[in-house]
Design a protein. Sequence first.
Length: 192
Amino acid sequence: MLLFCSNFTVAEPLLPCDCEKVLNAVSSGELKRIVLIGGCDGSENKRSYFSTLAKSLPQDTLILTLGCAKYRFNRQEFGSLGSTGLPRLLDMGQCNDAYGAVLVASALADALQTDVNSLPLSITLSWFEQKAVAVLLSLLHLGIRNMRVGPVLPAFLTPRVIDMLVDKYNIVPCDMRHPKEDLKLMIQQQQQ
């Protein structure tokens, strides 16, 4: 599995030796969190949740992208992760590639002798298109919990279904108006 580093129009593979850098960065504390942003902000100016979230992340955070959200912020300069030389922004592909992202997270969890849900990983997914439902169902089937979805929930989700998703999978609706507050909650959730 290759990760791709987005830097303007250049995509470079993250080589196996770089994976060792990621593990060392976790162990040393240079990498405190990985945030996977999947989905799309859309073209309307008011839909900037994921862009604002990415720009607000601390320097010790690795940003993974899935889907079109990256096109709203992949030209931003996020710099490198500490002394590792790794770019902070890594592209995992399109939203349909969520399974590949889970494989990468699983490999990291195995290397750290833990499970995916115990990693310092925050997942936030967009509901902008219908295929997001298939992506979410796939992630739930694979046992992934503690995700944020939004920034606008689909109309077909009834309060009862939302309550079930929250209770069973700890899925939290994003607050479209307050991405920075959502980020604080993500960090607190992982520290518990």
